[in-house]
Design a protein around this ligand. Structure first.
Ligand code: UFG
Length: 323
């Protein structure tokens, strides 16, 4: 049985949908940002907090958990700058509690959601796992701190772990039953699609004077279902003891500028957008594009869904307006 912490959130709920076909799943989520309805019916759902030892003890006593996948974190860069306490409390202190209770119950397999934000402003065009980490905001720091804790726990307590550094997660489940449902929404693709549906007046492009081909920021967008499949492979690698302490980037390896993403959304949906140029948003690196060669070479994973597919699936879900 696998414990998925944060399994009602955007990425967690997509992983759970795949994982229930392979194993028994318990989801722990406090529903602070997640949606109960997004959790697949085949999973057991427990409402509780990963910072609460009693909630965790109850789960580890009640179910034969062999691995934990941890998606429960706050993940907005801007918010982390104005409220670092929230990020260190939820992303660091609560994760430490989870790890402590895992060690107590002798559960030693862990998959951790990390981020490209650990790289800060890299001085390379394509980021691989050897690129130095140098976060520029509390969110990135909070994730990197846990990565360090995992490395130390692995040596001291024989914890086995895989860290997955996501680039820009996007898209929705192909069934359109679950998708990206944040409130407030800050991410580019859902904001564009909401505007195309008439739910927003305009799209603001944050900065058009970056040192990129068209002056707007470049990101590597990765379909949430591709992220889910990487987690399944990472879990299999841990449980088969093929891997015990690894970090992998997860991206498409292709960079798209904000303008290109808007154009692709217009092309895929056939709807014209209303765009304004705006000031830069604090803390945005000009370009973040991943090399995912390491996980391809070691576990055979690569992204299978391109930007058009990401947008088409997200568009289907946005029109349904579910969870
Ligand atoms: N953008 C706009 N207008 C908007 C929203 C976004 O121009 O209304 C731009 C941003 O400035 C950025 C790009 O679109 O250049 C993507 O922005 P998102 O907010 O969608 O995503 P981020 O790249 O800021 O952040 C995401 C995750 C983080 C993670 C990071 C890692 O939200 O948790 O990817 O790359 F750390």
């Amino acid at each position: 049985m696998i414990l998925v912490v944060g399994g009602a959130g955007y990425i967690g709920s997509h992983l759970v949908k795949e994982l229930v076909e392979k194993d028994e799943v318990v989801v722990l989520d406090n529903l602070s940002t997640g949606h109960r309805e997004a959790v697949d019916d085949q999973a057991i759902f427990v409402k509780g907090d990963l910072g609460n030892e009693e909630d965790l003890d109850m789960i580890f006593h009640s179910y034969p958990i062999k691995a934990v996948m941890h998606f429960a974190a706050n993940s907005l860069v801007g918010e982390s700058v104005v409220d670092p306490m929230k990020y260190y409390q939820n992303n660091v202190a609560s994760t430490l509690t989870l790890l402590k209770v895992m060690m107590k119950h002798n559960v030693k397999n862990f998959i951790f959601s990390s981020t490209a934000a650990t790289y800060g402003i890299p001085n390379v065009n394509i980021i691989d796992e050897a690129t130095p980490t140098a976060p520029i905001n509390p969110y990135g720091h909070s994730k990197l701190m846990i990565e360090q804790i995992l490395a130390d726990f692995s040596k001291a307590y024989d914890l086995h772990y895989v860290v997955l550094r996501y680039f820009n997660a996007a898209g929705a489940h192909e069934s359109a039953v679950i998708g990206e449902s944040h409130d407030p929404e800050t991410h580019l693709i859902p904001i564009i699609l909401q505007q195309l549906l008439g739910q927003r007046e305009k799209i603001s492009v944050f900065g058009s004077d970056y040192d990129t081909e068209d002056g707007t920021c470049i990101r590597d967008y990765i379909h949430v279902t591709d992220l889910a499949s990487a987690h399944i492979l990472a879990l299999e690698a841990l449980l088969s003891e093929k891997k015990s302490a690894e970090i992998y980037n997860l991206g498409n390896g292709l960079g798209y500028s904000v303008k290109e993403v808007i154009e692709t959304c217009e092309r895929v949906t056939g709807v014209k957008s209303n765009v304004e140029m705006a000031d830069r948003r604090a803390g945005d690196p000009a370009r973040l594009v991943a090399s995912s060669d390491k996980i391809y070479n070691e576990l055979g994973w690569k992204a299978e869904r391109n930007l058009e597919r990401i947008i088409a699936d997200a568009w289907n879900w946005h029109q349904e307006q579910r969870y």
